[in-house]
Design a protein around this ligand. Structure first.
Ligand SMILES: Nc1nc2c(ncn2[C@@H]2O[C@H](COP(=O)(O)OP(=O)(O)O)[C@@H](O)[C@H]2O)c(=O)[nH]1
Ligand SMILES: [Mg+2]
Length: 229
């Protein structure tokens, strides 16, 4: 059977509880929004095949729990990550003020060149954080990108993933150490979609996988270590 090689990028979504991390991932991977979302336990991930500049990329998007008790466990999941979406909720100042804590963890656990994206979610609600304040935070904390999104209306959700993939590809070309720190090359059977003429990042909806939930146990951590690097 013919094989093609598909790079796999691991993306992580972090931020306080209830800022909309799971909704953000669900809106991107399945184009749906659920008003009453159940809390995430530990870590979950979805896979999605996308095409950018005629090149297929598999995204593995890890959705983490914001609760305090899971934080130390989540640290090991930063390994091999190409990009991290750091979410706050534009209508919740608390979640914005806690961003420093999340950045502290990132600094301890992630590769120093990981692509960092600041996301102000719930842009459909009344804001407590202005765009200017968020941009100032972005510039002072070495983020590559800032977007306000709404997991409810879908505003900017697709776009922020598109830009993230482009930034990761660009950084792979400019930094050997970043390139070596991330992802694995995945072999998949060649199929008829590979000759697509699409040149923007688009969904390959047949390739969406349902979320897989990992209880964070020593076994789960071992599984992650095997997938990694
Ligand atoms: N209005 C609005 N509500 C949202 C948005 N994103 C998430 N929510 C709601 O916020 C709550 C928490 O969302 P969830 O995705 O579970 O947050 P998580 O704990 O960060 O994963 C749920 O009731 C969601 O329906 C958004 O963009 N706009
Ligand atoms: Mg969640």
């Amino acid at each position: 059977m013919n094989k093609e090689s598909v790079p796999m990028f691991k993306f992580i979504v972090i931020g306080d509880q209830s800022v909309g991390k799971s909704s953000f991932v669900k809106q991107y991977s399945e184009s749906i929004f659920i008003e009453t979302h159940k809390p995430t336990i530990g870590v979950e991930f979805v896979k999605k095949m996308v095409v950018v500049d005629k090149r297929k990329v598999e995204l593995q998007i890890w959705d983490t729990a914001g609760q305090e008790q899971f934080r130390s466990m989540i640290k090991s999941f930063y390994r091999g990550a190409a990009a991290v979406f750091v979410l706050y909720s534009v209508n919740q100042r608390d979640s914005f003020e806690k961003l420093h804590e999340w950045l502290g963890e990132l600094q301890e656990s992630a590769h120093e060149e990981i692509v960092k994206i600041l996301v102000g979610n719930k842009s459909d609600l009344d804001r407590e954080i202005s765009i200017q304040e968020a941009e100032k935070f972005m510039n002072g904390n070495n983020f590559s990108l800032f977007f306000e999104t709404s997991a409810k209306t879908g505003q900017n959700v697709e776009k922020v993933f598109v830009e993230a993939v482009k930034l990761v590809i660009m950084r792979m070309f400019t930094s050997e150490s970043f390139k070596n720190s991330i992802k694995t090359i995945k072999k998949t059977p060649a199929n008829s979609r590979q000759n697509t003429s699409r040149n923007e990042l688009q969904d390959d909806s047949n390739q969406i996988q349902k979320p897989i939930q990992l209880q964070v146990t020593p076994q789960a951590q071992k599984q992650e270590e095997k997938q990694c690097c």
